[in-house]
Design a protein around this ligand. Structure first.
Ligand SMILES: [Zn+2]
Length: 618
């Protein structure tokens, strides 16, 4: 009799019933006291208003939440009705049970509304190693610090932190997250779905109409006089930096995200993605309208920098309280290309800052605000290079992240009032299996791979003053392979001519191994295990559900331990900053800071950033 019961339970756990109905925030959501969110009920079918009963802890929702939800009889031409109540917040901590019925369907969710303790940290610095996997850390430590007889000669800056946790990264819709909903969990404390930023993924057709949740940028700006900094070596509209402020169902809405960045008014913005700031009339622009977003930021009091030197000069100017630095139309180049190989687009953009330069500049400007700051720094290219399985580039950028974290640790050491968190947003399927030794006999590269005692140690040259080995092209190197791949040619060598492009589309539109690597001596065709067709046909590696390793130091960091959900990272940050106390009086004493209002022209022009206005999609 035991087997059938087990089988039944398995079906309950692992089958996904086709059920369109939903309540947002979803079941088991944890909500910060006083934080804003949109409440939405989506019924499966058409319903008359008179049949709908929505209660919160047994009381009619209009009474319990202070406002009745708007009834939408037929949502987006679907044969289904919804209720929506925007900009809600709950001021009393506790457990809330929400039940929605329409006579045919009954749905229940429970929310936990939590408050925070006293403010412990003046500043929070959140470093994201995008896609940084344990193998990234290990390889970065080997190449940067060196290892002999089993012991390393040093630690990475984020190894050497007192508190650590394993982070679960799965989302509402899937065990596998992307960088949008995983970062959204860190910045809002809510789960969401792949491609979603600052919203729950409902069934609305308009990307901007989905139920919103407030981001840490908005909470900090609304409740305190603290500053916000957003730094990335990817496009500033890319998923991770965008999750600091954006609200859209689709992370690809980069033109709109740029406008949302303007409305969010972070004090320091440094990264790539200038193509979305320039009017469509400018060559290279990716905008469809003629708004010059750079001019609008400038009009709102931002210093603007486009090179490393300009950024340093602007940051050093003690009058600078707001800084916009845009150093590349797309993603910046990684440290291996910028500092050593001079490949990628380094020729065209030779004056890009390093992540360390951007971290230093951001700290210089933000620390002028005596009320404190929240700074997010993303090493976005770790992920951008893990996707095409270019492990050397991804590991060099892991070393760069360590260098940037060291700068933050040095800054924090002065006052011990800064919480520093270093975490990936998700992982990749990569592992170090041994070494590849060119001096081993034979022509089959697989025979040159050493495992167990045959691996020994690689012969990278010692790291230079920047912490990187000056060469990756050595005769005995790490054998680091990815487990989830398209078809590709494994060359067993670093890609010295530019980032790896493992697979391409052939003339029939099928994804095939990139033939340019076919004739490299020793290259073998590795048959992939990822889908070659369909909506997620893979021409590169994909994210994994393996836990992410977080480390932290500073006031509040002791809250990180054991296994934690990614939404709890938000909870630790707001707890350390005391952002959910009964009154704002208990925050650090506040001095007035001149508030610059968003430029009126854009304000009038930006109706489409409002949820119910017509939307232009990129
Ligand atoms: Zn990724």
């Amino acid at each position: 009799m035991k087997r059938p019961i087990f089988a039944f339970i398995s079906v309950l756990l692992f089958s996904s019933p086709v059920l369109a109905g939903a309540i947002f925030p979803v079941d088991r959501a944890a909500i910060l006291v006083g934080s804003k969110f949109d409440f939405k009920v989506e019924f499966d079918d058409l319903t008359e208003a008179k049949n709908i009963v929505v209660t919160v802890n047994g009381i009619d929702h209009a009474k319990a939440l202070g406002k009745a939800a708007t009834f939408i009889e037929k949502e987006d031409q679907l044969a289904a009705s919804s209720l929506i109540l925007r900009d809600l917040s709950i001021d009393t901590p506790g457990r809330y049970e929400v039940i929605a019925r329409n006579g045919k369907q009954s749905m229940t969710v429970t929310w936990e509304v939590y408050s925070t303790g006293q403010r412990q940290a003046k500043n929070v610095i959140l470093f994201i190693g995008d896609g940084m996997t344990v193998a990234n850390r290990t390889a970065a430590r080997m190449l940067s610090k060196g290892i002999k007889e089993g012991k390393y000669f040093g630690k990475l800056a984020f190894d050497d932190m007192p508190h650590m946790a394993l982070i679960g990264t799965s989302g509402v819709d899937s065990i596998i997250t992307d960088s949008a909903n995983s970062m959204h969990a860190y910045t809002t404390g809510h789960k969401s779905s792949v491609n979603a930023l600052g919203v729950y993924a409902g069934r609305a057709k308009d990307n901007l109409a989905h139920p919103k949740v407030e981001t840490i940028t908005e909470i900090v700006k609304r409740k305190t006089k603290m500053s916000i900094g957003i730094v990335s070596d990817a496009e500033i509209q890319d998923a991770t930096p965008a999750a600091m402020f954006a609200h859209t169902r689709r992370r690809s809405d980069k033109e709109i995200i740029t406008e949302q960045l303007f409305f969010a008014q972070p004090d320091v913005i440094l990264g790539g993605g200038s193509a979305y700031f320039l009017p469509s009339t400018t060559p290279g622009s990716k905008r469809k309208d003629t708004n010059n977003m750079v001019s609008l930021f400038r009009a709102d009091g931002y210093s603007v920098a486009t090179t490393n030197a300009e950024m340093k000069a602007a940051a050093a100017d003690t009058r600078s309280a707001r800084l916009l630095g845009l150093f590349h139309p797309e993603n910046l180049n990684g440290s291996l290309d910028r500092l050593y190989l001079k490949k990628g687009t380094v020729d065209k953009y030779p004056n890009q800052p390093d992540l360390t330069d951007m971290t230093r500049a951001a700290l210089e400007v933000l620390s002028r605000n005596k009320e404190g700051f929240v700074l997010m720094v993303e090493a976005g290219l770790i992920d951008k290079f893990n996707h095409p399985m270019d492990w050397e580039r991804s590991v060099y950028d892991t070393i760069m992240l360590s260098n940037a974290v060291q700068i933050a640790k040095d800054f924090a050491a002065k006052n011990n009032d800064t919480l520093i968190i270093v975490t990936p947003d998700h992982t990749h399927g990569m592992s170090i299996v041994g070494t590849i030794d060119d001096t081993k006999p034979g022509t089959d590269m697989r025979d040159k791979i050493g495992v167990y005692e045959q691996a020994g140690y690689p012969n990278y040259p010692p790291a230079d003053a920047n912490g990187y080995p000056p060469s990756v092209d050595v005769s005995k190197r790490l054998a680091l392979f990815y487990g989830n791949t398209p078809d590709y040619y494994e060359t067993f060598r670093p890609k010295l001519d530019g980032p790896f492009v493992p697979a391409v589309k052939d003339e029939k539109g099928n994804i095939v191994a990139n033939p340019v690597y076919k004739d490299i001596p020793g290259a073998i065709l590795r048959t992939g295990n990822l889908p070659g067709v369909g909506p997620r046909a893979a021409d590169q590696g994909t994210h994994t559900a393996d836990d992410a390793v977080l480390t932290a130091i500073g006031p509040g960091s002791e809250q990180f331990k054991g296994f934690m959900d990614n939404t709890e990272v938000f909870r630790v940050m707001v707890n350390s900053l005391g952002l959910g106390q009964a009154t704002s009086k208990s925050l650090l004493p506040v001095k007035a800071k001149p508030k610059v209002k968003p430029n009126a022209i854009v304000k009038a022009n930006a109706l489409r950033t409002q949820p119910d206005a017509p939307v232009q999609k990129p």
